[in-house]
Structures are given as structure tokens and as C-alpha cells.
Design a protein around this ligand. Structure first.
Ligand SMILES: C[S@@+](CC[C@H](N)C(=O)[O-])C[C@H]1O[C@@H](n2cnc3c(N)ncnc32)[C@H](O)[C@@H]1O
Length: 165
């Protein structure tokens, strides 16, 4: 196979309170300024987006400092080793991030959202509506996370939810 290279365009940027330490995944009840700012030339693409409650935010994970490896050790998983593509690690051959967040308000080219798991200024690649039934799979499972002792506790870590133990 000849591997092709592609050019992607930044279409905006993401504002968040995080400069170097973000949650592992979006935290719905996170507080702070979370905004997606779309470049004015794409603002027409937001027409009717506010009708949806949730969106997929797709972005370029631009400040990776770790070396790429096909094996990864999720930081919350007690040393468990998994293949990169069985993980949500940000260190990937194509460092593209995907987060589902709730729309709070859309004003002009700015979308105020619930909590995001990205650093401030992360380049925006795309936005897509999250559609009930189309996107929520009722038979989804926990994959290898299912095999871990204390799964429910670990899921609180993944989701960045504060807890007492
Ligand atoms: C585990 S990744 C998950 C990203 C996305 N929700 C996903 O599943 O594709 C989230 C982590 O990426 C890192 N991160 C966020 N924005 C980044 C950026 N612009 N450059 C480098 N690392 C970033 C933070 O350490 C954050 O905890």
C-alpha cells in the first residue's frame, strides 16, 4: 500500500480553561469558559445546528510531547497495556481528537458548550451533529474496561468526575 498524505484545514479554534492539564474526556458539569470559535467564512455552516442538543467536536491535538507507540498504558488503568487503537490516547499517527459536548448557546460564530477535554487554542477541524438513535448504540459495551476490577470507579476517573474514594 502506498500511504497517502492529506491536507486538512483548520476551521476555527477551541477555547478552554486548560493550558496543559485537561480531563481525560469531556466532563459535562465542568465549569469555565468552553467555546468553539468558527472562522467567519464557515459561519453559514452553523445554520440550524442549535436545533441539536449535542455535537461531535473534531480537532487536531497539536501539542503532543510523547513518542508514538502502538501500545499504550491508559493513565487511569492501573498499568494495563492495550493497543493504541483500543484506546483514546491523544498520541496517534493522526492526532485527531473527538469529543461529544452539549450546546449551550450559539451566537454568531461562537458555540458555548459544556466541558471539553482540550487545551486552550486547540485547532478545530470539524463539527457534526450528534443524532439520537443514529449515534447512540444501545448495545455498546465497555470493551477491555469490562475486565477491570473496580470498573465503575475507573470510569469516574476517565470521565473526570470528582469522588470520595
Ligand atoms: C485522552 S485525550 C481524549 C480526546 C478525545 N476526547 C478523544 O477521545 O479523542 C484527552 C487528553 O488529551 C490531551 N490534550 C488535549 N488537548 C491537547 C492538545 N491540543 N495537544 C496535546 N494534548 C492535548 C489532554 O492531556 C487530555 O487529557
Amino acid at each position: 500500500m502506498t500511504a497517502l498524505s492529506f491536507n486538512l484545514k483548520q476551521i476555527g479554534l477551541i477555547r478552554s480553561p486548560y493550558t496543559n492539564n485537561a480531563p481525560y474526556q469531556p466532563v459535562d458539569e465542568d465549569t469555565g469558559d468552553f467555546r468553539i470559535i468558527v472562522d467567519p467564512q464557515y459561519v453559514g455552516g452553523l445554520y440550524k445546528l442549535a436545533k441539536f442538543r449535542y455535537i461531535y467536536v473534531i480537532y487536531f491535538i497539536d501539542r503532543i510531547s510523547h513518542k508514538l507507540s502502538m501500545e499504550t498504558f491508559p493513565p487511569w488503568a492501573n498499568g494495563m497495556k492495550v493497543g493504541l487503537f483500543a484506546s483514546r490516547s491523544p498520541v496517534r499517527p493522526n492526532p485527531i481528537g473527538l469529543s461529544v459536548v452539549r450546546i449551550k448557546h450559539i451566537t454568531g460564530c461562537e458555540i458555548e458548550t459544556s466541558g471539553l477535554d482540550v487545551f486552550d487554542g486547540t485547532p478545530l477541524l470539524d463539527i457534526k451533529p450528534y443524532v439520537k438513535d443514529l449515534d447512540a448504540k444501545t448495545d455498546a459495551n465497555y470493551g477491555w474496561i469490562q475486565e477491570m476490577a473496580d470498573r465503575e470507579h475507573l470510569l469516574l476517573h476517565i470521565k473526570g468526575i470528582p469522588h470520595d474514594y
